[in-house]
Design a protein around this ligand. Structure first.
Ligand code: AP5
Length: 216
């Protein structure tokens, strides 16, 4: 069973790989970041609660995050596998996931850890532009849209995520090292961790991940 976690610092390429894996292996892509951004866009109470936290690059409280993940993982479409992107991000979240995995009989079977040096992460994040409508991602140097500022896929105006500025990026990165990087040891101990170099080009990263998933 492919019950996967995609882990890595901000900008390592988790979202990029998640889209490719979702298409190839038909796994539901559960991104806590996307879920929170959808709540923010809808103006819901949850969205209002998390907006400032996310924009400044801090982590949403564990209890709130675990609650939405448990509800999502319990849905019928996760019975034959799932892919978590950006969760867990703290030790309490990893422990809660282990517990809920047992309760709903959907334990994590593999952790894909994508690494990338800090300077490259900063370059990717500060140059990223996204389509607020269809979610497509671009970069001002590496991956320009055909028409500047306009999404190739749906024609919407591209935006910069509010947390893709330098100050928020620094906070996200230091939160990653403080709270998320320790999970590498947590999953290594459980024999679930697989490491990937996120600097080798997204198609190469994809090929390496697919080879692992096809062998399972
Ligand atoms: P989230 O949306 O998860 O953001 P993140 O982890 O910071 O990750 P990103 O989406 O920025 O990066 P990515 O690794 O997906 O990279 P991408 O593929 O886009 O979370 C946002 C916020 O929500 C958090 O800060 C927090 O506040 C909150 N939150 C979410 N989950 C939470 C949780 N569990 N607990 C508490 N709070 C939570 O790629 C980046 C760029 O690089 C793109 O432009 C892409 O084209 C490019 N690129 C990708 N791969 C390559 C490659 N191999 N070579 C060259 N360029 C590449």
């Amino acid at each position: 069973m492919l019950n996967i976690i995609l882990m890595g610092p901000p900008g390592a390429g988790k979202g990029t790989q998640a889209v490719k894996i979702e298409q190839e292996f038909s796994l539901p892509h559960i991104s806590t970041g996307d879920m929170f951004r959808a709540e923010m866009a809808s103006g819901s109470e949850l969205g209002k609660t998390v907006k400032e936290i996310i924009n400044r690059g801090d982590l949403v409280p564990d209890e709130l995050t675990c609650e939405i993940v448990k509800a999502r993982l319990s849905q019928p479409d996760c019975a034959n596998g799932y892919m978590l992107d950006g969760f867990p991000r703290t030790l309490p979240q990893a422990e809660a996931l282990e517990k809920m995995g047992k309760e709903i009989n959907r334990p994590v079977t593999m952790v894909i850890n994508v690494s990338c040096p800090d300077e490259e992460l900063k370059r990717r994040i500060t140059g990223r532009r996204v389509c607020p409508k269809c979610g497509a991602s671009y970069h001002i140097i590496d991956m320009r849209p055909k028409k500047e500022g306009v999404c190739d896929l749906c024609g919407s105006e591209l935006i910069q995520r509010k947390d893709d500025n330098l100050a928020s990026f620094d906070t996200r990165l230091s939160n990653y090292y403080k709270s998320t990087a320790p999970l590498i040891a947590f999953y290594k101990e459980r024999g679930l961790l697989f490491d990937f170099d996120g600097t080798i080009g997204s198609e190469n990263v994809k090929n390496e991940i697919f080879a692992l998933l096809r062998g399972k």
